[in-house]
Design a binder for this molecule. Structure first.
Ligand code: SAH
Length: 213
C-alpha cells in the first residue's frame, strides 16, 4: 500500500528547506518537490533515505537522482504549465513526477525494460500520467515533437544531434555532458540553426548508453 503520512510529509518539508538553502530559488520547483512522495520510489526498507539529499540505487545499476540534482535540472529547464517536455532516462519516474507537478506534458523514454515496467505501473497509481516509451533516448521521439523542453537525466558523451533537432525555437535542453564526470549544460535554440550554450558546473550521472539493454 502506498501511504503518505505526517512523518513523510514532515521529512519532505525539511528536504524543501534544505534545497532552498542550497540555492534552489524557483518556488514552483520547490512546491513540486514538496508534493511528490519520494518514498514511493524506494523500497519500503529505505524510507529514511527517501528524503535525504542523496542519490540512491533503484536496481539494474541505475540510481534515482539526488533531490538537489532533480531540483537544479528542473529549475534550469524553466518549466511552465502545458509545455511539452521530453525526458530521457525515466529511471524511477521521480523526475517525471516532479515535471508533471509543474504542469508539464511529459514524454519519457527509458532503455531498461525493468525500469520502464516499474515506472509505468507506479506513476499512474500516484495519479501521474506521462507518455511512457521503452527505447533509445538518443533517437528522441520525433513524431511527438517538437518539444518546448528536453531534459536528459543520464550523462551523454556529446550533445545528441537528433535531440537538438526536436527542440522548438525558443526551447531549452538541459543535459549533463561528459564521459566519467559531467558538466551540466543548458542549450537554448534561438533560431532554426542557432543555439546558445551555458555551463552550470560539475555533476555526476550514470551514463547515457546507445540502444536498448
Ligand atoms: N530521472 C531518473 C534518473 C534515472 S538515472 C529518476 O528520477 O529516477 C538515468 C536513467 O537513464 C537510467 O534509468 C538509465 O537506464 C537511463 N538511460 C541511459 N541511457 C539511456 C538511453 N539511451 N535512452 C533512455 N534511457 C537511458
Amino acid at each position: 500500500m502506498l501511504s503518505d503520512g505526517y512523518r513523510e510529509q514532515g521529512m519532505r518539508v525539511q528536504l524543501v528547506q534544505l534545497l532552498a538553502q542550497k540555492g534552489i530559488t524557483n518556488a514552483a520547483v520547490l512546491n513540486a518537490i514538496g508534493k511528490v512522495p519520494r518514498h514511493f520510489f524506494l523500497d519500503s526498507a529505505f524510507i529514511d533515505f527517501a528524503y535525504a539529499d542523496k542519490a540512491f540505487p533503484i536496481g539494474v545499476g541505475q540510481t534515482i537522482s539526488q533531490p538537489f540534482t532533480v531540483a537544479l535540472q528542473t529549475q534550469l529547464l524553466d518549466v511552465h504549465k502545458d509545455e511539452k517536455v521530453l525526458e530521457i532516462g525515466t529511471g524511477s519516474g521521480y523526475q517525471t513526477s516532479v515535471l508533471i507537478e509543474m504542469g508539464a506534458k511529459v514524454f519519457t523514454i527509458e532503455r531498461q525494460r525493468e525500469l520502464y515496467n516499474k515506472a509505468s505501473q507506479l506513476l499512474p497509481q500516484m495519479g501521474y500520467h506521462p507518455h511512457f516509451f521503452y527505447g533509445d533516448g538518443y533517437l528522441g521521439k520525433p513524431t511527438y515533437g517538437p518539444f518546448d523542453k528536453i531534459l536528459v537525466t543520464a550523462g551523454a558523451p556529446s550533445i545528441p544531434e537528433k535531440l537538438l533537432a526536436q527542440l522548438k525555437i525558443g526551447g531549452i535542453m538541459v543535459i549533463p555532458i561528459g564521459e566519467h564526470q559531467q558538466r551540466m549544460i543548458r542549450i537554448c535554440r534561438t533560431t532554426e540553426g542557432e543555439f546558445t550554450q551555458e555551463d552550470f558546473g560539475n555533476c555526476a550521472f550514470v551514463p547515457m548508453l546507445e540502444g536498448k539493454n
